[in-house]
Design a protein around this ligand. Structure first.
Ligand SMILES: *Cc1c(COP(=O)(O)O)cnc(C)c1O
Length: 380
């Protein structure tokens, strides 16, 4: 008999989110960017411990990264960023007219390798974009020290890291500019969505206008239930705002995060760790579970056995993924010329195992049993 499929990831939404959306439709009737978005921004700000005006919600995490980059940089400016990230980070930088410079990662955490980044500094380097891979902010202090030393801005790609803490502080509550994603499968979702968090008033003003086509001060109008008719636009803008429908979902998800999603993700990841960390042929990443609420569960499968393990899992109806195909191997960002040997070697080992809040411990055990059997059973 075939067992039920174990999914790699999943949106975990239900009655509460449906009720919240219903109330926007039936009670409010305004679906665009209005008071519900203002409330979600205030809720996110309260969660992070920052003033409400420091949080700007937008349509996707990619939009957040794009607007943050465009607010800080000019065209042709270079941004140091690890090649091993979702193509969203690279496309966001490109969209702003800036140039992503692919860097190596540290093998222990798969966060940016600053020694490698240092060798890639040029006259045009203006920013660094650390990616909190698998929700781990890595050595963020070192990133900020590096940025200060080289006079760079920092745009954190914290798409994986909503709700995580670094040295006891919420990711996004300190630092330069931090971008979150609320897409369907991230730590919390608003359907699609993202947020920029910063204390920088210039950046705040720019991204608030740019999410609404560059219409100056339109955000304040929309939160007051009004619109701008006689307005000016002095910088480029987009339709990147968040809608009241999305915000309603996000507000419910935020309330479910601390007691439901976070402990579940951490417990499942601990179980993976217990089961797999002493196995030969597999390497787990360094992480501080608890402070880190993992969005994904990547492991490195050694000795050329990654594909065999992956196939064994697929045969047992277990979905897996690979986070991520390195960007310098894409036509747009290097034409596939191999230039980052460590990243390429790690890419051949990477395998993401199922992780989402509706997974059960028994599911993790089933996945681990297959992994262990495939590692040692001579399947390759
Ligand atoms: C998901 C993701 C993004 C983009 O977020 P979207 O909301 O999907 O646009 C950016 N960077 C990384 C590393 C991601 O995983």
């Amino acid at each position: 008999m075939r067992k039920t499929m174990i999914r790699l990831s999943k949106s975990v939404v239900g009655e509460l989110e449906a009720e919240a959306v219903k109330s926007v439709i039936m009670d409010d009737g305004y679906l665009g960017m209005g008071k519900e978005v203002q409330r979600f921004e205030a809720d996110v700000a309260a969660f992070l411990g920052v003033p409400p005006r420091n949080v700007v919600c937008v349509s996707t995490g990619t939009a957040a990264l794009h607007l943050a980059t465009e607010a800080l940089l000019s065209s042709e400016d270079e941004v140091l960023v690890q090649s091993l990230t979702y193509v969203a980070s690279f496309q966001a930088i490109s969209a702003a007219g800036a140039i992503p410079v692919p860097c190596e990662v540290k093998p222990e955490t798969l966060t940016i390798d600053l020694d490698d980044a240092e060798r890639r500094l040029t006259e045009r380097t203006r920013a660094i974009m650390p990616v909190h891979y698998a929700s781990n902010p890595g050595n963020l202090d070192a990133v900020y020290a590096f940025a200060r030393r080289h006079d760079l801005r920092v745009i954190e790609d914290a798409a994986h890291a909503f709700g995580c803490t670094y040295q006891g502080k919420r990711v996004g509550s300190a630092g330069d500019v931090c971008c979150f994603s609320f897409d369907g499968i991230k730590n919390i979702t608003s359907g699609e969505g993202g947020a920029i968090v910063t204390q920088d008033e210039t950046v705040l003003g720019r991204v608030k206008d740019a999410r609404l086509l560059g219409v100056e001060k339109d955000t304040d109008k929309r939160f007051a239930g009004e619109r701008s008719w006689d307005f000016d636009a002095s910088r480029r803008g987009y339709r990147y705002h968040m809608s009241n429908i999305m915000a309603a979902i996000g507000r419910v998800q935020l309330r479910r995060f601390a007691d439901e999603f976070a402990p579940k993700r951490v417990a499942l990841a601990r179980r993976y760790r217990e089961r797999l960390q002493c196995e030969r042929g597999i390497r787990l990443l360094d992480t501080e579970l608890g402070a880190v609420v993992p969005h994904i569960q990547p492991v490195c499968i050694l000795d050329g056995k990654r594909d065999a393990v992956r196939e064994a899992l697929a045969e047992q109806d277990v979905q897996t993924g690979v986070h991520f195909k390195p960007n310098h191997m894409l036509t747009l960002y290097g034409g596939g010329k191999p230039t980052l040997p460590r990243t390429e070697a790690i890419y051949r080992e990477l395998l993401s195992l199922p992780l989402h809040p509706e997974l059960e411990m028994a599911d993790v055990d089933r996945v681990c049993d297959v992994v262990i059997a495939a590692l040692h059973g001579g399947h390759s």
